[in-house]
Write a protein that binds this ligand. Structure first.
Ligand SMILES: [Zn+2]
Length: 248
């Protein structure tokens, strides 16, 4: 406990008035209890010190908006701790959704190229990228099941053990249970989506186990009752990893 405290104390805390002003309009954060809020304050202070937050194009981010981004990115780390920030150094922020060029060489050796429009992306060993317009949309509608920043941070947690597979680094017994429960829920969900059934959870979660984890993370923070109803075991794992949802 003392080590944990000492490590979190190292960076000076963000100015209290600035911190309060920033989180006042971040609904996921302002709903936290006092103890978790203090931990988030320390994590966000470290984030601001260690990560370069770079607005792209004509976007300007003021001091308050930078702290809002730091707070939101650190929200999934309140229980996990600062180790969750390892392995990357840049947050790139586009004004709006952004286009990325994709290429894929199929089994026949044919090159396919296409454009994707994204609101967020997390490279395995590189930056986190967010659309500021979509982050603001999440602030405005915090109960809709969307929160792009925590989605990308789930990918960063997932890849800490070197494999982007929907399972973050956890104590061994928990990790085994997690893998079983998530696999079962993912298979069931992917089958429902394949059959064209209507689902309460965004069907994007059926893309891959890692997207299932990241999308369920969004529901944990913004629509926890819906997640519990759809996947009670998954919801329990996420409540243990992240702490109780601010809207539980
Ligand atoms: Zn994703």
């Amino acid at each position: 406990m003392r080590d944990w405290f000492r490590r979190l104390r190292r960076p000076p805390l963000l100015d209290e008035a600035l911190w309060r002003r920033a989180i006042a309009s971040v609904p996921f954060v302002s709903a936290l209890d006092a103890a978790r809020l203090a931990r988030l304050h320390a994590l966000a202070s470290r984030f601001i010190r260690d990560k370069a937050i770079t607005p792209i194009g004509d976007l300007h981010l003021d001091e308050v908006q930078r702290v809002q981004l730091a707070a939101l990115c650190c929200l999934p780390l309140v229980e996990f701790g600062e180790e969750g920030l390892h392995g990357w150094s840049q947050l790139l922020v586009y004004p709006n959704a952004f286009r990325v060029n994709r290429t894929h060489i199929d089994a026949a050796g044919v090159l396919h190229q296409w454009d994707d429009e994204l609101i967020g992306e997390a490279w395995e060993t590189g930056p986190v990228i967010l659309s500021w317009a979509d982050v603001q949309e999440d602030f405005a509608s915090p109960h809709d099941g969307f929160c792009v920043a925590v989605h990308e941070m789930a990918h960063k947690l997932d890849v800490l053990d070197g494999a982007l597979d929907g399972t973050p680094p956890l104590p061994r017994a928990w990790q085994r249970q997690w893998a079983d429960d998530f696999q079962r829920a993912f298979d069931d969900f992917a089958e429902r989506v394949d059959r064209g059934r209507r689902t309460e959870i965004d069907p994007y979660a059926a893309e891959a186990p890692e997207e299932f984890f990241a999308v369920c993370t969004e529901y944990h923070f913004s629509a926890p009752a819906l997640l519990r109803r759809s996947f009670p075991e998954v919801a329990a794992h996420l409540a243990k990893l992240y702490g109780p949802s601010p809207f539980a």
